[in-house]
Ligand binder design. Sequence first.
Ligand SMILES: C[S@@+](CC[C@H](N)C(=O)[O-])C[C@H]1O[C@@H](n2cnc3c(N)ncnc32)[C@H](O)[C@@H]1O
Length: 279
Amino acid sequence: MFPEVLPEISDSDLEHFFQIMLSQYGMDFRGYATSSLKRRLGTVIKRYGLTGMAVLNQRLVTNPDYIDYFINEITVSTTELFRDPSAWIALRSQGLPLVQHRPQLRIWHVGASTGEEVLSMAILLKETGLYEKAEIFATDIDRRSLEQARRAVYPLRVYKGYEQNFIQVFPHLSLEKYAHVEVNQVFFDPSLLDRVRFLQHNIVTEGTFGEFEVILCRNLLIYFTPALQNQVVTRLVDSLTEGGLLMIGTKESLFWCESARRLSPVNEVERIYRKRSSP
Ligand SMILES: C[S@@+](CC[C@H](N)C(=O)[O-])C[C@H]1O[C@@H](n2cnc3c(N)ncnc32)[C@H](O)[C@@H]1O
């Protein structure tokens, strides 16, 4: 297979793109890793048969209705139910026991995408008897992904993979307890979302909204430059209660983040951390 040939995007076109997104839509993409951002912009240009980035920029200026589709196209929404099952096993056995005695469990999924991570958390909380004291916030920049997350309905082709992950975390249960297949779709039990609020929110440009016992920000930092990772992680650590948990993606690192000093590892391999008490 030959690598896909994508249109070239000059630095000045990219600069113009940043300005449009910032001034017209209040979205700041300057801290996204340039190579992957250019690749995704190139894919959009190619898909629409546009002659180049200048035309895409023009479309963004003149056609604000396009923005939700555009954000959906340039963000990477890849996700799974119980993605990296061993991380969820560690969260259950090592993470949650550290906070489960609290009167309330406020949980924030940053970059929740199409909702599978939230459903995983809801199932975990139901199975550990913690769901009733949870209040779950699920945020993402991508309005269209959040629409799917609210529906909790997925194409049948994902079922097998999701079931395999589920069985690793809950070997004695069947996914049928929480999801059923109808025609060519998978429907999750809507009661899993009773305590979930979905909100469009940009972690780069918007403040946080309270304190949380658990924050998941998985497979999002990887798209940011080290400087932006540092800024976002500081924001997340500030939003944790003392002893609260932060879980990032298993292929991500806090190497660039000064606020990692304010965390101690719960499980370094699975990237689960705990906020230290203030001295
Ligand atoms: C690869 S998905 C990760 C989904 C899920 N957390 C997981 O690990 O399976 C990354 C998500 O981050 C979202 N995202 C990208 N930039 C964002 C931002 N500035 N603020 C909030 N969400 C953002 C994307 O829309 C996408 O849904």
